[in-house]
Ligand binder design. Structure first.
Ligand code: GDP
Ligand code: IMO
Ligand code: MG
Length: 428
């Protein structure tokens, strides 16, 4: 009966997809609760690579029900493409996928507003994925959003679209000097999507709560990471949803008392895509080595990821705002062969030491990280499945992380594939 949230503990791309896939073996339901197709979750099975954007990473297990919750923003064209691509590769996507009626739709003008907004910001741009995520959540909060359920009511859909386009086209014409949108064209396009998606649309909150009452195993899959959370991340260099564990309650309609565990996924070093502060970022050959060996290029946009050492100031903040009951360390194998490994334990800024994550961006942007060093190891850890077989220094690195952040490690991932994992504590 566990209901477990899987959350990124850093700036996204920690390896959530792989971990969700591994844990899905024993899960009845896997549900996404926020974000949209800005996410890119990679799962590798027998040398076949799958990148999931909107569909939960549990889809590769055919007996698991996958849910796109109300907190997610859905771009129907991208979703249909994802469904088709998976089917072409022999993956079952039919009655095992459900989409919340209350999830908001990403409209073509949201994409245009996203890129126009970024252009206006110039050098201060966020470096979004350009998927229209921010503007869609803006409309949701402004209570003018169009929801998945509206696809089933053409009249309501058309009315909302017409009203919204008045504002949007005013901005396009007068502020952004960009082409305007045609209501009829969007209506026809989206009604086409409605025909394809109709059969997946459901009241997913009821399904999730019934499953909890029936004591089923549920995995709630976070997208992005804690430091990209709209409230608890490095605002404004964040995404527009609550990626932290609390987001699972609102994004699916589950009461907090029903969540039984929160697992933070932690990469053995740190990466970030897009702009914003990153105290432990490396601009040297070690950072370059992490990027090359770790394949640190965005799964959604292909952009090179910024790389740096593990930061326990960040992880302590993540632990607090998510209430981690356990953590998973991924990509340990990428650190093989280093002479020393550094762990950031505090920041120095204008003569002061910060052991707690500062809220002030100026501090985060200009601080000097203070490191503890541990010895590296020469042996390969790739594919190791037992803790005792890890080199002594890799074991020491794991123990050090546990000690510094005060949370137990439940899984260590040593490669991209399903079985390349050290399972230290069963989740189901
Ligand atoms: P997500 O967005 O959190 O699901 O992470 P991404 O899929 O964007 O990026 C993580 C990348 O690391 C993917 O290419 C994974 O296949 C890969 N990966 C995950 N765990 C491991 C690991 O333990 N070792 C190695 N070498 N690669 C891993
Ligand atoms: P997964 O789920 C890493 C980043 C973008 C940008 C900021 C805002 O694969 O971990 P947005 O398009 O959301 O408005 O962009 O957030 N970002 C991610 N970075 N992993 C992700 O998802 C991300 N989704 C968004 O690069 O800095
Ligand atoms: Mg990713």
């Amino acid at each position: 009966m566990p209901v477990i949230v899987i959350v990124g503990a850093q700036w996204g791309d920690e390896g959530k997809g792989k971990i969700v896939d591994v844990l899905t073996e024993k899960a009845d339901i896997v549900a996404r609760y926020q974000g949209g197709h800005n996410a890119g979750h990679t799962v590798v099975i027998n040398n076949r690579k799958f990148v999931l954007h909107l569909i939960p990473s549990g889809i590769l297990h055919k007996n698991t029900v996958c849910i796109i919750g109300n907190g997610v923003v859905v771009e129907p064209k991208a979703l249909i493409k994802e469904i088709k691509d998976l089917r072409k590769r022999g993956i079952k996507v039919s009655d095992n996928l459900l989409i919340s009626r209350s999830a908001h739709l990403i409209m073509p003008y949201h994409l245009a507003l996203d890129s126009a907004g970024e252009k206006t910001k110039g050098k201060k741009c966020i470096g979004t994925t350009g998927r229209g995520i921010g503007p869609t959540y803006v409309d949701k909060m402004a209570r003018i959003g169009i929801r998945v359920g509206d696809l089933l009511s053409p009249e309501a859909f058309q009315e909302k679209l017409t009203v919204n386009l008045r504002n949007v086209n005013f901005l396009m014409k007068n502020l952004y000097k960009a082409p305007c949108f045609n209501a009829r064209k969007i209506f026809d396009e989206y009604m086409g999507y409605a025909n394809i998606l109709r059969k997946y649309i459901a009241d997913t909150d009821k399904i999730v709560n019934s499953a909890i009452a029936e004591k089923k195993n549920l995995l709630l899959e976070g997208a992005q990471g804690t430091l990209l959370d709209i409230d608890h991340g490095t605002y404004p260099f964040v995404t527009s949803s609550n990626s932290i564990a609390g987001g699972a309650c609102t994004g699916l309609g589950i009461g907090p008392t029903k969540i039984t565990g929160v697992i933070g996924v932690v990469k053995a070093y740190t990466t970030r895509v897009g702009s914003g502060p990153f105290p432990t970022e490396l601009h040297d050959e070690i950072g370059e080595r992490m990027r090359e060996k770790g394949g640190e290029f965005g799964a959604t946009t292909g952009r090179p990821r910024r790389c740096g050492w593990l930061d326990t100031v960040v992880l302590k903040h993540s632990t607090a705002v998510n209430g981690f009951s356990g953590i998973v360390i991924t990509k340990l194998d990428i650190l093989d062969g280093l002479d020393i490994i550094k762990i950031c334990t505090s920041y120095r800024y204008r003569g002061k030491t910060y052991t707690d994550m500062p809220k002030d961006l100026a501090i985060l942007e200009n601080c000097t990280p203070v490191y503890e060093e541990v010895g590296g190891w020469k042996e390969s850890t790739e594919g190791i499945t037992e803790f005792r077989k890890l080199p002594g220094r890799a074991q020491a690195y794991m123990r050090k992380i546990e000690k510094l952040i005060g949370v137990k490690i439940v899984i260590i991932s040593t490669g991209q594939k399903r079985d390349e994992s050290i399972m230290l504590q069963e989740q189901f």
